[in-house]
Ligand binder design. Structure first.
Ligand code: BGC
Length: 492
């Protein structure tokens, strides 16, 4: 079974950021084996040496207090004044007093068959069955081998569902979740929807069955995902919309995202800054109409581009719908939908390539020359750039992107893509994890704004983005530790 994303791991992530290690429940399966009278023990079959062999007293097994707590992932405490040892794991809080047959489990008095004690060697030992079972682990005793086996079953607290493995963008998210989780000693349960809302729903249902308490969902289709969110809500699960907003349902508790309007603005501003004179040919492309972000990116871009279209800096070459609306500074969603319907790439490389080629086929040489291209993201930018580069009437092009995907960073270094908008996925992973932990510990995540999803105002925390081109690619992406320099050739 895959290791589960645990409260512990997300807390550990936070711990890294905030500098504390809160007590949380481990979600990882653990098997601990100890033998009476032997210092040799195993944790998940890995040999460890105990500083004190387990012993039997009153028919009960006593084991080193620190060892059993650490093996099960508990936070251990020792209070020399009260002579108490404590274990905190998830919602369990256990306190034993040296020499006392009374222990406290979550504030409730419990009587022990055998007390915790300090041996003449100075080592503290505790009753293994009491500690393990109070924490939620099972204990087995083999009289023949005199071996105690403590088994802690894995639990899955958080499930993550991402749109597709076919775009490097979402592999970045996967990598960042995994890296963060591995550092904390745990793995994540991440499932991919492979561009299908039906698979997405199955993924969510599978995670619900596994007992998740928080769902982090990046919807394939914003509206279709509402059904999956509703199911999760009905099962008592908190739903965090990740990067893309789930629309038309009240079953969204929180939204972690980048500021997508700023993404569009950064792309458009880059194009504007590269223009000289007037009548610069402008080719517009957009994301999938089923993705709310596609509207936000376009809205941000239009905000910056429209005045420059109105004043003649740009001439839109590939969208009659955009031309029809070019006098309007602010577009309604329905108006944007009309334009996007004409220039959508559907977030698909092939659709993007075919559309760009079709646009170039009908455009006369006069509409080419030195062109400006609003490409919505890196994957589509590479396809569109390749199509424009192959056209003999295109003398030069400036093309946007977003996501700082490795192949696009290489394109930027090689001068084949002009810019990208860097969305630091580490931040998104951190925010999503922090929100998950908040829910798991009964808190409400911090919101800085709300996004209306057609049904409710969803509390949200958008984060900033950075415009990257050849001039700052090294500082933004390599020096920041986001990618190793060895991923690229010819870095400036
Ligand atoms: C994301 C982009 C991504 C695009 C295509 C958008 O919702 O915000 O980062 O490139 O989807 O997957």
């Amino acid at each position: 079974m895959r290791k589960a994303l645990s409260i512990l791991l997300v807390m550990a992530l936070l711990a890294g950021v905030l500098g504390f290690v809160p007590a949380v429940r481990a979600s990882q399966a653990v098997v601990v084996r100890m033998t009476i009278g032997s210092t040799k023990a195993t944790i998940d079959l890995k040999q460890v040496v105990l500083d004190q062999p387990p012993l039997i007293e009153n028919g009960r097994t006593l084991v080193p207090f620190r060892f059993i707590g650490e093996a099960l992932g508990a936070q251990i405490g020792w209070n020399p004044t009260n002579r108490t040892v404590s274990y905190i794991l998830g919602d369990k809080n256990i306190v034993l007093t040296i020499g006392s047959a009374t222990a406290m489990v979550n504030g409730v008095k419990t009587t022990l068959d055998v007390a915790a004690k300090i041996l003449p060697t100075g080592r503290t030992v505790v009753p293994v069955r009491f500690i393990s079972e109070s924490i939620g682990a099972k204990v087995a005793w083999n009289a023949a081998t005199r071996m105690v086996t403590v088994t802690m079953a894995a639990t899955l607290d958080v499930g993550i569902v991402l749109p597709t493995k076919d775009e490097p963008r979402w592999l970045q998210d996967q990598t960042r979740f995994n890296t963060a989780l591995k550092t904390a000693g745990y793995g994540a349960e991440i499932l991919f929807s492979q561009g299908s809302s039906a698979i997405e729903k199955q993924n969510v249902e599978a995670l619900i069955t596994k007992g998740i308490k928080v769902l982090i969902l990046c919807p394939q289709d914003a509206t279709a995902a509402a059904a999956a969110a509703d199911e999760a809500r009905a099962a008592g699960i908190k739903v965090i919309s990740y990067d893309r907003l789930i629309l038309n349902t009240s079953a969204v508790d929180y939204y972690v995202t980048f500021d997508s309007i700023s993404v569009g603005k950064a792309q458009a501003q880059y194009l504007v800054d590269k223009t000289t004179g007037t009548k610069n040919p402008l080719y517009l492309y957009a994301g999938a109409a089923s993705d709310n972000n596609a509207f936000l990116f376009f809205e941000g871009a239009w905000d910056v581009l429209q005045p420059k279209i109105a004043n003649g800096t740009f001439v839109i070459e590939n969208s009659s719908e955009a031309v029809a609306l070019q006098g309007k500074a602010t577009l309604t969603r329905a108006e944007m939908a009309k334009i996007i319907g004409q220039i959508t790439t559907n977030w698909d490389f092939t659709v993007a390539k075919n559309l760009a080629e079709a646009n170039l086929t009908v455009a006369t040489a006069g509409k080419k020359g030195n062109v400006f291209i609003l490409a919505p993201n890196d994957g589509t930018a590479r396809s569109i750039a390749d199509a424009f580069a192959a056209d003999k009437d295109v003398k030069s092009y400036v093309i946007t992107g977003q996501d700082a995907e490795i192949p696009s960073v290489q394109y930027i270094i090689d001068g084949k893509q002009s810019m990208t908008v860097f969305k630091d996925v580490r931040t998104l992973v951190k925010d999503a994890s922090a929100a998950a932990v908040d829910y798991l510990t009964g808190k409400t995540p911090e919101k800085t704004t709300t996004y209306n999803n057609g049904k409710i105002n969803v509390p949200a925390k958008p984060s900033a983005v950075i415009s990257v081109d050849k001039s700052n690619v090294k500082a933004a992406l390599i020096d920041s530790g986001y990618y190793p320099a060895s991923d690229f050739t010819g870095l400036p």
